[in-house]
Design a protein around this ligand. Structure first.
Ligand code: ZN
Length: 199
């Protein structure tokens, strides 16, 4: 059986969050890389759309979490916890969260998408002009910068760094490759190259 077949069997061919039986799909919970029964759930089209698109949220639909949060399956518990966190300003989701218990490892996994953080706590990377930086962006150096340590060299102003990655626990740092060497650079020395200039 593949994972989808296993999920259909586990759920009785129903959405594991709201119980609907239309438009069912396997959803892999980020940031997991593998399909497992602990990290995948079967969801209907309505739930799936709202999980992926926070701007489409209909808080009342998620009253279903009242039941789903007590599921014996980790993946369902984790999804319920994340959605309750996203909705917690509604009041009743916070009451449910207060009753909910996740094992430590599951809680750490649940927190990986940052739903429990307030907007000003979320780690957001911005360049010297305040433009949002995302994984895969290209940036240019706005000043010469000496890198210390073994094989130290200077990254010249104007150097282009392509395909950056974000340092997840520090909003002021990104990682990239310069002359084949991986370096960590402060975002205040970087200017994002717009899509029209990347060519
Ligand atoms: Zn559903």
């Amino acid at each position: 059986m593949n994972i989808t077949e296993e999920l259909i069997q586990r759920s009785g061919n129903k959405c594991e969050l709201c119980g609907a039986s239309h438009n069912l799909n396997d959803l892999k919970l980020p940031p997991s890389l593998n399909d497992t029964l602990d990290t995948n759930i079967l969801v209907c089209g309505t739930c799936h759309d709202q999980i992926e698109n926070p701007e489409n949220m209909d808080a009342n639909h998620w009253r279903c979490l009242n039941d789903a949060m007590w599921s014996e399956h980790k993946a369902v518990q984790i999804t319920a916890w994340r959605m309750l966190q996203r909705l917690r300003n509604e009041g009743w989701p916070q009451d449910l969260l207060d009753m909910m218990y996740l094992e430590d490892a599951d809680l750490r996994f649940a927190e990986a998408t940052g739903e429990h953080l307030s907007d000003d706590e979320k780690i957001i990377h911005r360049d010297c002009n305040g433009a949002l930086l995302e994984t895969g962006d290209s940036v240019t150096m706005t000043k010469d910068k000496d890198l210390k340590g073994a094989g130290s060299f200077t990254i010249k102003r104007g150097t282009v760094i392509r395909n950056i990655s974000l340092v997840h626990d520090n909003a002021n740092q990104i990682e990239g490759k310069v002359n084949g060497t991986s370096v960590v650079i402060l975002t205040k020395y970087l200017k994002k190259i717009g899509a029209d200039q990347q060519g």
